[in-house]
Design a protein around this ligand. Structure first.
Ligand code: ADP
Length: 308
């Protein structure tokens, strides 16, 4: 069973902005899938259409077999959405926010109360239930939005950049929680522009750039494209014309040295070669953010494909 199917989905905003240029994606039930892409790629637009906050211009969307054109209510009932922006009524009490959402989905009072307790406890907000949303920290507000999205126990949970601007500790505990509910059977789709987040959580990744899907594959396959990494080394002494056996090396104008580490090579080998030449390394950094590197490669590949 497919949790989600997008067929030739397009969106042109009123100002002529073509945010989606015909995307096809399918997500299997039980999957943990990332929709990855740089800012402006079209991720939020796609999520907005799937959760019927944005009207599509063309194409089809099915959620667990329910078309959003023919069976909107059934499709919507399958989805829990955690939006990117905090959209809580800040003057409302934490527990009422979750209870009201349960009411919106037609849960009876007893079940609504049970689920509210369950999810506020799981998201470590239970002792704050009488406080207004306004009094919560940023990370707590996000957790509250997750509790609210889960109260009707949707089969598909969609999170739009759930950890943007959230500190590392909260990010990790959120990852843990998402893994647990995915293992319990909820299909999850999240958008992110952190490759590390997708890498840590997702078995499947769809990569979107400028309104087009440029890759739709298992995470492991996508990561294999990243086997070559370039490091930038700052040396204690300038080393014009430096060469290291077996490595691609180039000296930059600022005197720093770039070394490419290919598949099967290690940083230890690079340091061994540097030691042989008595070169002292003061600092080391990745040249490109790995996500940028990945995009460069995918875009290159797609360009070549189009020309061939
Ligand atoms: P992402 O979530 O990947 O950052 P978005 O879906 O927000 O991307 O945006 C995709 C494109 O659509 C961008 O060029 C953005 O400027 C444009 N866009 C988004 N929302 C609107 C809107 N309401 N009106 C016009 N253009 C929009």
């Amino acid at each position: 069973m497919h949790a989600l199917t997008l067929k030739n989905l397009t969106k042109t905003y009123d100002n002529g902005n073509q945010a989606l240029k015909g995307i096809d994606v399918s997500v299997e039930e039980g999957e943990f899938c990332a929709l990855l892409g740089p800012n402006g790629a079209g991720k939020t637009t796609a999520i907005g259409i799937i959760s019927s906050l944005v009207n599509k211009s063309g194409g089809e969307v099915e959620i667990f077999g329910h078309s959003i054109d023919a069976e909107l209510e059934a499709a919507k009932a399958c989805i829990g959405l955690v939006p990117q922006e905090v959209n809580l009524n800040l003057w409302e009490r934490v527990e009422n926010i979750v209870l009201n959402q349960a009411g919106y989905y037609g849960l009876n009072r007893r079940l609504a109360a049970e689920r509210t307790e369950k999810y506020l406890k799981e998201l470590r907000l239970w002792d704050r239930r009488k406080d207004t949303a306004r009094s919560l920290s940023g990370g707590m507000k996000r957790r509250l939005m997750i509790a609210r999205a889960l109260v009707h126990e949707p089969r598909l949970l969609i999170l739009d950049e759930p950890t943007a601007g959230v500190d590392i500790e909260i990010r990790r505990s959120m990852w843990e929680f998402l893994r647990t509910i995915n293992e319990a059977g909820t299909t999850i789709i999240l958008t992110t522009h952190y490759l590390e987040e997708a890498e840590s959580l997702c078995r499947h990744v769809a990569i979107i750039d400028e309104g087009r899907i440029i890759e739709d594959a298992p995470m492991s396959k996508v990561l294999r494209k990243l086997q070559r990494e370039v490091f930038v080394l700052t040396l204690a002494e300038p080393a014009a014309g430096l060469q290291l056996d077996g490595f691609e090396v180039s000296v930059r104008d600022d005197g720093d040295v770039e070394v490419a580490i290919g598949a099967g090579q290690t940083l230890n080998e690079m340091f061994a070669r540097l030691n042989e030449k008595d070169v002292t390394v003061v600092s080391l950094r990745n040249k490109a953010n790995r996500l940028e590197e990945l995009f460069m490669r995918l875009v290159d590949k797609n360009d070549t494909g189009a020309a061939a």
